[in-house]
Design a protein around this ligand. Structure first.
Ligand code: SF4
Ligand code: SF4
Length: 215
C-alpha cells in the first residue's frame, strides 16, 4: 500500500511553492498602504508561515483551519494580555500579533487544499458562495467538492467488488484493506478526507457516495 506522507521537507516545499505568492502579495500591500509595518510583516509573516508548516502535524484537528485554530487561540490570548497590560504593550507588538493571526488563517486555509491528507477548507466555502471557478481552477462540481459539500458519506457494496485493488492502491490514508487479497474492506473509514480517488478509480461502482444534507 502506498500511503501519502507530508513530512517537513514536503511541507516546506508546499510552503515555498504554493504560499510564497501570498506572502509576497501581503508584502506588496504593506509596501503600498502601510510601509511602516512592512518590516514587521516580513518577519512575523515568515515566522508564522514556517512555524505553522513545521508543527502542523502535531496540532490537533484534521483540516488546515482546525489546526490553525489552536495557534489563533494562543495568539488571541496574548493579544488580550497586551490589551489588559495597556501602556506596557507597544502598538507594534499588537500589530505583530494581528499580522500573525491573519497570516496563519491564510496559510491554514490554503494548506487544507494543498495537502492530500487534509480536507480542503477553501473549496467547499467557495462553492457555497457560488464561486465554482476562478480562472482555470474549478471548485464546484468536482467529485471532491461534492463529497465535501454534502456527499460526505462513502458507501461500499462488497458484492460489487472485483478485487482490483485500485481503492487500496490510491487511498492516501489507508482507509482500504484487501480481505484475503480478494475483496476490499473499509478498515479506517474515519481517516477519509473525501479526496474522491477511490470513487473515481473503482471500475465496478462498488464505491458510491450518499448525500447527507437532505437534498
Ligand atoms: S475518498 Fe477514498 S481514496 Fe480518498 S481518502 Fe476517502 S477512502 Fe481514501
Ligand atoms: S476499486 Fe472497487 S472493485 Fe477495485 S478493489 Fe476497490 S471496491 Fe473492489
Amino acid at each position: 500500500m502506498r500511503r501519502v506522507t507530508h513530512a517537513w521537507p514536503e511541507r516546506l516545499d508546499t510552503a515555498l511553492g504554493a504560499l510564497f505568492p501570498f506572502y509576497l502579495l501581503g508584502g506588496l500591500g504593506f509596501a503600498l498602504f502601510n510601509p511602516a509595518l512592512l518590516p514587521d510583516y516580513l518577519i512575523v509573516g515568515a515566522a508564522a508561515w514556517l512555524f505553522f508548516f513545521l508543527v502542523c502535524p502535531a496540532l490537533p484537528g484534521r483540516s488546515g483551519l482546525a489546526k490553525v485554530a489552536v495557534l489563533e487561540g494562543v495568539l488571541a490570548g496574548l493579544w488580550m494580555t497586551t490589551v489588559l497590560l495597556g501602556g506596557q504593550a507597544t502598538r507594534v507588538s499588537r500589530a505583530d500579533l494581528i499580522i500573525a493571526m491573519v497570516m496563519l488563517m491564510v496559510y491554514g486555509t490554503e494548506l487544507g487544499g494543498l495537502a492530500p491528507n487534509m480536507p480542503s477548507d477553501l473549496d467547499p466555502f467557495l462553492a457555497r458562495l457560488g464561486l465554482g471557478r476562478i480562472g482555470a481552477v474549478t471548485f464546484a462540481g468536482t467529485v471532491r467538492t461534492e463529497l465535501l459539500n454534502g456527499y460526505r458519506r462513502l458507501n461500499y457494496d462488497p458484492d460489487l467488488c472485483a478485487g482490483c485493488r485500485s481503492c487500496f492502491e490510491v487511498c492516501p490514508l489507508g482507509v482500504w484493506a484487501m480481505d484475503d487479497g480478494k475483496r476490499a474492506e473499509m478498515v479506517r473509514p474515519r481517516n477519509c478526507t473525501a479526496c474522491g480517488a477511490c470513487l473515481l478509480q473503482c471500475p465496478t461502482g462498488a464505491i458510491t457516495a450518499t448525500r447527507t444534507d437532505g437534498h
